[in-house]
Design a protein around this ligand. Structure first.
Ligand code: BES
Ligand code: ZN
Length: 463
């Protein structure tokens, strides 16, 4: 794949921007910046946006992880719906199903006559089960190594390397193994995935190199492995949608703007920044824009199951009629918009080119901060299905990302109210700029049809 090279000028803009944007914010507080905005509603919007409100909602949402399809996602969905309703919107919950894996609630390993404790990790997609049998050394678990072994009803101890975890488990299962333990070939714990569900899997656990080597001295003993609560099956996640209709009669421009963020998080991470921050900012902008006159419909959407593969936004876009798709002029995607430990605000578009969203936000950021927010290329979030439907779309994110991304450390104490305020002002005034009652907003240029190659969905490149 051809990767855009970071142009020197943009690299410099990004680096310099980091300093000057912050300096501009300090020297030019919102009240002063507001003098560049002449429409009284712009001033009202700027005055009304409260980082404190956003922060409080992030705090509420990020008490626990919000994994798609779980009870905690459903609780977050209920909270978001009630918040929208408290601002005067009618909020719709849009359910959709997907096939997914629930990690085990507990996993344990014991060796007969051995006092010490083991700390096994489950492989993602390992099946549940309570198995015990003789521990047999099974090398790297390759087919030729196993051909002469009797694994029937036994537990295979296999070293990491050369072939995939799934192949090791399937090879051992084919030889009748009741369970599989794979240990690391490098220092440290091992946590891996079997890639996808397979009915032929047997309970499988991972051990660190040190623990695996300790287990080598237990070959021939009886080992018990118990994995409880893991299951793969159909799950339900939800999008939450609140719509601000156009003001006045049907003579309005008939266009639609979608402002969105994903409310789900990965397992084990409270997801304060990823993406309670975008969710809470979407709520705050819905609150602030509620009674502002607009000739453009604004839809506020929080998506479920983004972390499972952009499923909520894919589902949402798939429910739009051709007419709605052609009327949707912009998608603003807020994902990771408040980390104190990340870099400056950037906008990422799927094809790396500017579009109506980046144009509007560059105009508003220039007015607010004296610097246009830079744009680059990136996928990996809910703007992708919009861009693939040829809707101008951009991800708002701080770059480089914070080290807490997808960790238990992605918590409220790392959230910066300044970053929240700055981003919400840029996005709020950019949306208003297009939605205001002028009915002559620039018609968006439809991007040529562009299907993201897989690399683009997982890479972030600042052009
Ligand atoms: N917020 C991230 C995306 C992200 C992180 C973009 C850092 C740019 C820099 C998002 O929630 C995420 O984790 N996405 C997945 C991809 C998705 C298709 C499952 C990812 O990037 O691994
Ligand atoms: Zn995210």
């Amino acid at each position: 794949m051809k990767k855009p090279i970071l142009s020197l000028t943009l690299a410099a803009t990004l680096a310099i921007g980091a300093v000057s944007v912050q300096a501009a914010v300090k020297q030019e507080p919102a009240a002063k910046a507001a003098q560049h905005f002449h429409d009284p509603f712009e001033k009202k919007i700027l005055k009304a946006i409260s980082a404190e409100n956003i922060y409080e909602n992030i705090d509420y949402l990020s008490k626990v992880p919000r994994v798609a399809g779980t009870e905690s996602e459903a609780k977050a969905v209920q909270f978001i719906k009630e918040e929208f309703e408290s601002y005067g919107y009618k909020a719709d919950v849009q359910p959709f199903t997907f096939y997914g894996y629930t990690p085990p609630s507990s996993i344990s390993l014991s060796v007969d006559g051995y006092e010490g404790e083991w700390k096994p990790q489950a492989f993602t997609y390992s099946v549940s089960g309570n198995v015990s049998g003789e521990l047999v050394l099974a090398g790297l678990g390759k087919k030729d190594e196993l051909s002469s072994l009797d694994l029937s009803g036994k537990i295979a101890l296999i070293e990491r390397g050369e072939i995939s975890f799934a192949e090791k488990v399937l090879n051992a299962a084919e030889k009748g193994a009741a369970g599989v333990i794979i240990y690391n070939n490098a220092e440290g714990a091992l946590s891996g995935t079997l890639g996808e569900h397979n009915d032929k899997f047997v309970p499988s656990a991972a051990l660190s190199k040190a623990e695996g080597e300790a287990l080598l001295s237990q070959i021939g003993k009886t080992v018990s492995l118990s994995i409880v609560g893991a299951e793969t099956g159909e799950k339900t996640s939800h999008n939450v949608i609140a719509v601000k209709k156009t003001t006045g009669k049907k003579s309005a421009a008939n266009d639609i703007i979608v402002l969105g963020a994903h409310h789900d998080s990965v397992a084990g991470a409270p997801g304060a920044n990823d993406d309670a921050s975008g969710t809470a900012m979407t709520l705050e902008l819905a609150r602030v824009l509620k009674n502002v006159p607009a000739d453009t419909e604004i839809r506020f959407v929080t998506f479920g199951a983004e972390e499972v593969g952009l499923l909520g936004s894919e589902h949402y876009v798939s429910t739009l009629s051709d007419d709605e798709i052609s009327r949707t002029v912009a998608n603003f995607n807020l994902d990771m918009v408040g980390s104190r430990d990340a870099g400056d605000l950037v906008m990422l578009t799927l094809d790396g080119k500017p579009n109506l969203v980046t144009d509007l936000a560059q105009k508003s950021s220039e007015k607010l901060n004296g610097e246009p927010t830079p744009y680059g290329q990136g996928g990996r979030s809910d703007h992708v299905p919009f861009a693939e439907a040829r809707i101008p779309a951009a991800l708002f994110i701080h770059s480089p990302s914070e080290p807490w991304y997808h960790t238990p450390e992605d918590s409220i104490d790392k959230i910066s109210k300044e970053k929240l305020q700055d981003t919400a002002e840029i996005v709020g005034t950019a949306i208003y700029d297009r939605a205001r009652m002028d009915q002559i907003g620039p018609k968006p240029k439809k991007a040529p049809k562009f299907k993201a190659p897989d690399e683009l969905k997982t890479e972030e490149n600042i052009k």
